[in-house]
Design a binder for this molecule. Sequence first.
Ligand code: TXA
Ligand code: MG
Length: 327
Amino acid sequence: VAFSTETVYGLGANALDEQAVLSIYEVKGRPGDNPLIVHLAHTGLIPTVVADIPPMAVPLIERFMPGPLTLVMRRAPSIASAVSAGLDTVAVRCPSHPVAQAFLSMAGVPVAAPSANLSGRPSPTQVRHVLEDMEGKIPFVIDGGACEVGLESTVLDVTGDVPVLLRPGAVTADQIREACGLIPRVAKGTGQGPVRSPGMKYRHYAPRATVLVGIGRSLAARARHTAELVQEEVAAGRSVGVFASSKAILLIKEMQKAAPNENWPVRLVSYGELDDSVQASARLFDAFRTLDASGVDRIVVQSLPEKGMGAAYMNRVRKASAQKTGE
Ligand code: TXA
Ligand code: MG
């Protein structure tokens, strides 16, 4: 069953049933060594799926759960081993979305759920995205509307001496530090050594089109560079999809007016105000899907400062833009 959460849509199955969990991997085309998150109706159930709750996790649970935070802890034996892909830990999350909470309470079991996209596609943030990837493959989707956050939860490993940030999300590193008094270590993406979060070694959020990023020091410079990239690509004879601030979109429209006789194969999607990383995050995956489906050669995305939600936004933008060069 696919269901809406405040972050992205999940594809859920009974986490106590090995066969049900294996069917998730099959439907998604997900590698068997990339573990799933266990979703619970409320935080009171956490002790039923983990071996112990480390002290540093207590203030984090109190402050950010339910919500867009996933904690990696030692797993309890009741959880199907396929959920954890052979690791001795389990990732646990309590969504705040009322539809997710209703679904999880009715299910009456912990629900293992990755994002409800096909492996390698952007996570679904609307029911339409789930249908694009899953229609005919799964029996049900619970429509809870568009996801408010739009990026996947923050994943934090709390099994060691300090918390380790495995995936940035709406709960930021600063907020984690404030809540538990420890500075989270940021896990390296796909470096050497043992893989802490198996998901990090896979290419995610990968549109078919090559993704270029408009960068700069100031917000205005980022908008300008975004427009310049569009102009260069058009001049090179390529079609371009754009995801940028309304300011950058305005600059691009002015360029088009200045060259009225030229072919201008550009599709524009605005995220709103220059500095609005919350809206930009909420709309990013839909923009990737929409622009990619339109068949453009390039997608040009405006960068944002890596503060607050901007850190999670830039993490996803970087992954999408790295895919073609294999970075
Ligand atoms: O917002 C979200 O977290 C969404 C919604 C549906 O809850 N779920 C989601 O699941 O994004 P998924 O499977 O797409 O991403 C889960 C991430 C993967 O990078 C995976 O490797 C990591 O969490 N993960 C899961 N279990 C882990 C574990 N035991 N240790 C380390 N990383 C783990
Ligand atoms: Mg996913």
